[in-house]
Design a protein around this ligand. Structure first.
Ligand code: UTP
Length: 474
């Protein structure tokens, strides 16, 4: 479409104000604004505003009774130990065959943390202050070495953080990974609207566009050519994790094995909810399908319900760790009749401009962003599977600047994990009642990334270093 046509289509849709400052823009600014406008599907925006904002409809069907979703319990919780062993063997075989790639979604805005820069560059480890990206890189490197097959790593960025993310990796020499195996691609974006459905401007010449949610990853994988690259390389499984969780087992053979043995198209990890009011999504069954129900969509009386044995009936919390089949991602990206992720609405404080064009930073939400969630793909997947994991070995995200899920809680959880591994290996690390060591220490994933590998490396060490402040094992 030519410039005039785009401007006209916005006027017809009642969004002509997007070009209110046209006469003040120079040629380049005009071209940039039009390019942004051309990204927007005006019908989609109108439809989303109508249903999610004006009519306040729930994006996911509320019809259908919620039942707790079944999941594969850990061996120590009554699971079948032999099955877990078979899964591990299967997963290791797939890793040796190069069928698995790591996939990090890193396109979020990280507003709660309030850190200036891509979240993956945030320093998280207790002694070396390694950035999140380095922790994942070393885990991926370790998994590749262990299975004799280096892994590919896909990283989804946003328009805002793509360039700084790439530059960060280049600056750090890809943390020892082969550059050709690290692939960055941008996710899509959506315009923010005010409570009357008007598209918000960020400046006189730019629209307030924001990333389309982690669920945008499925279409971005397709659009970017990542799925084609996977097919060429013989990779059929993506190990999906979020950029904010350094505890995650990026590459987990048991999880991969379960996923492949069950021929699942999308698998997930769960941890039991700590208490009924804990604000996590819940794996449920509804109308015969596996779903993640958002905390706010499950009635409190259901969340408090107990089974005969006294345990919470709805206890399977979602921690945003998945395995995704390549062809499933392609099918979801292609869409088609009845196959589409629903958009969710999020009311946010969106920096915008007033009628005179002056920048306004609102004190309370002034508009709505539209986002896709990756777990909404679950009901479309064949044989979706959920396995239990240990919180202490897989989940401690950095979400907030302070309090729960903050850099402090995450650092402490890493310290507890390092101390636990070392003590299991026969070292003597003094810990408090919560398992927190009395000295600050750190273990590189290249030394060991689970109890077994840490014990093996520890046994080989001669002489063994004393357990003291700032001990670093690499
Ligand atoms: P969060 O839901 O924690 O959102 O993202 P966020 O944007 O990072 O942080 P806040 O809410 O502004 O504080 C969970 C994961 O999903 C990724 C994030 O990068 C993080 O790894 N994500 C989120 C995307 O990749 N794209 C998005 O559009 C949203």
């Amino acid at each position: 479409m030519r410039q005039e046509e785009i401007v006209r289509s916005f006027q017809t849709a009642g969004q002509g104000h997007v070009f209110a400052f046209w006469s003040e823009l120079d040629t380049d600014e005009r071209a940039a604004l039009v390019a942004q406008a051309a990204e927007i599907d005006l019908d989609e925006v109108a439809r989303l505003y109508r249903s999610l904002v004006a009519e306040k409809a729930s994006p996911v069907s509320a019809a259908g009774q919620l039942e707790p979703a079944p999941y594969e319990p850990l061996p120590e919780k009554g699971g079948d130990a032999a099955k877990w062993q078979r899964a591990r063997a299967k997963g290791e075989e797939a890793l040796r065959a190069g069928r698995v790639a790591a996939f990090t979604v890193a396109g979020g805005q990280g507003t709660r943390l309030g850190y200036d820069g891509p979240k993956g560059t945030f320093a998280v480890t207790p002694v070396k202050h390694k950035p999140l990206f380095q922790v994942f890189a070393e885990k991926i490197l370790a998994a590749g070495r262990r299975h004799g097959r280096p892994l590919h790593w896909f990283i989804m960025t946003s328009h805002a953080n793509h360039a700084p993310t790439e530059a960060f990796f280049a600056e750090h020499n890809f943390f020892g990974l082969e550059k050709a195996r690290v692939h960055f691609f941008r996710q899509g974006r959506m315009p923010a609207v005010d409570f009357n459905g008007k598209i918000l401007l960020e400046t006189k010449g730019t629209i307030a566009l924001s990333p389309d949610g982690h669920g945008g990853s499925l279409r971005a994988l397709h659009r970017s050519g990542a799925l084609d690259l996977m097919a060429r390389e013989g990779i059929d499984t993506l190990s999906y994790f979020q950029v904010d969780n350094p505890l995650v087992r990026c590459i987990d053979p048991e999880f991969i094995g379960f996923h492949l043995l069950e021929r699942s198209e999308m698998s997930s990890k769960t941890i039991p909810k700590a208490y009924p009011e804990e604000k996590v999504g819940l794996f449920c069954r509804q109308n015969g399908k596996l779903i993640v129900a958002e905390y706010s969509d499950v009635p409190m009386e259901l969340q408090r319900e107990k089974s005969a044995d006294g345990a919470l009936r709805f206890s399977a919390g979602s921690i945003a760790i998945h395995l995704i089949d390549r062809d499933f991602a392609r099918r979801m990206a292609a869409g088609g009749e009845g196959v589409a992720l629903p958009f969710h609405r999020a009311d946010k404080k969106i920096t915008t401009i007033d009628a005179a064009g002056n920048s306004v930073k609102p004190g309370k939400p002034n508009g709505v962003k539209f986002e896709l969630f990756v777990f909404d793909a679950l009901p479309f997947a064949r044989s979706p599977l959920v396995i239990e994991t240990r919180r202490a070995d897989d989940f401690s995200p950095v979400k907030n600047a302070e309090g729960v899920d903050s850099p402090q809680t995450c650092r402490d959880d890493q310290l507890r994990q390092f101390a636990r591994w070392l003590n299991a290996a026969g070292a003597h690390v003094a810990v408090d009642g919560t398992g927190l060591p009395q000295v600050k220490l750190e273990i590189s994933p290249l030394f060991g990334d689970d109890a077994e590998s840490v014990a093996a490396s520890w046994r080989r060490l001669a002489p063994r270093p004393p357990i003291q402040e700032n001990l670093y094992l690499e």
